[in-house]
Each structure stands twice: as C-alpha cells, then as structure tokens.
Design a protein around this ligand. Structure first.
Ligand code: FMN
Length: 153
C-alpha cells in the first residue's frame, strides 16, 4: 500500500513525529506549508481560524492521487485541526483510508479531526494523540515504530 505522511508543524514537534513515522512506515512525506499572508499567521488569528474550521493558503501539494493511504500528522489548535491542515483536507481525500496522529499541548481533538476528515470524503480509520514537547526525531522512534507496525498490510 502506497502511504503518504502529510504534516504541518509550526514549532517543529509535529515535524519530528511525522519524519519518524515516515521512516518507520517507509512512507513518502508531504509538508504542508502556509504561504502568502498566512505564512506569518499569529497565534490568536490562527486559533480563531482553527476554531471556525477555516483553511489557510498553502503552497501547492505534490500529486496525492498515487497514495491509497494518507496519514495526517498535525498539532491541535484550539481543539481543532490548524488552518493549514484544513487546507490540505480541502484538496480532497476521495474515499481514501486516512489515519491521524496529533501532537498536542494538553488536550485531544479526536471528534473535530474525525469530522474534518469525513467532511472531506476520507474515512478516518484510526487516530492517535501524543502530548510531548521537544523536536528530537529520535525520541519518537519507539512510538512511531509501534504505529508503523499496526499499519502493516
Ligand atoms: C494557535 C495554537 C493553538 C493551540 N491550541 C491547542 C489546544 O487547543 N489544545 C492543545 O492541547 N494544544 C494546543 N496548542 C499547542 C500545540 O498543539 C502543541 O504545542 C503542538 O505540539 C505544537 O506542534 P508543532 O511544534 O509541530 O507546531 C496550540 C498551539 C497553537 C500555536
């Protein structure tokens, strides 16, 4: 199964998790990068947009159609997917199997992530939440290795 790890990260924690997962699952990666005036999105406006389920402007994505499984790795913003992740989901999931890994400060956002994925035509097969600080990819190897093991065909 061809797998894509798509991730957004503002301060690097989620990036570390995503790269460790991609390595463990032998998946391709797609970083979701905000662009235009959203590139410097502040925390307050960002939280406001997340709360209202708004998408941000993002850089063009690679071809998604070649992947039958997508793992979205994302921080939690105001209990929701960040605007950059909303923009990624807007690109269409077309009935594909979608998994989500969230890296949050303190809370989970399961319901809102699943709703967002399903609203965009994906099927959320499973979701994991981690509360961890730090940007060391190596620190994620064990947890991401377990997820990769679960995802084996
Ligand atoms: C705008 C904003 C809103 C946030 N809202 C939440 C929240 O509602 N719940 C939570 O647990 N963490 C929240 N956080 C914390 C992030 O989810 C957490 O620090 C995450 O690990 C950051 O990932 P990153 O380093 O990849 O950007 C928020 C962070 C930001 C910047």
């Amino acid at each position: 199964m061809k797998t894509l790890v798509a991730y957004y990260s503002r301060t690097g924690r989620t990036r570390a998790a995503a790269l460790a997962l991609a390595k463990a699952a032998e998946a391709d990666t797609q970083e979701i990068v905000m662009t235009g005036k959203n590139a410097k999105l502040g925390v307050i406006k960002g939280a406001w947009m997340a709360l209202r389920k708004k998408p941000a402007k993002i850089e063009p994505l690679g071809r998604l159609s070649k992947y039958n499984r997508i793992i979205v790795v994302s921080p939690v913003w105001a209990g929701n997917p960040p605007p950059a992740v909303n923009a990624f989901l807007d690109c269409g999931l077309g009935g594909r199997q979608v998994y989500a890994v969230t890296v949050s400060g303190s809370g989970k956002a399961e319901k809102h992530f699943i709703t967002a994925i399903e609203k965009h035509g994906g099927k959320c097969a499973k979701m994991w939440n981690f509360r961890r600080r730090g940007t060391d990819e190596g620190a994620w190897a064990e947890d991401m290795g377990k997820i990769a093991e679960e995802l084996k065909d």
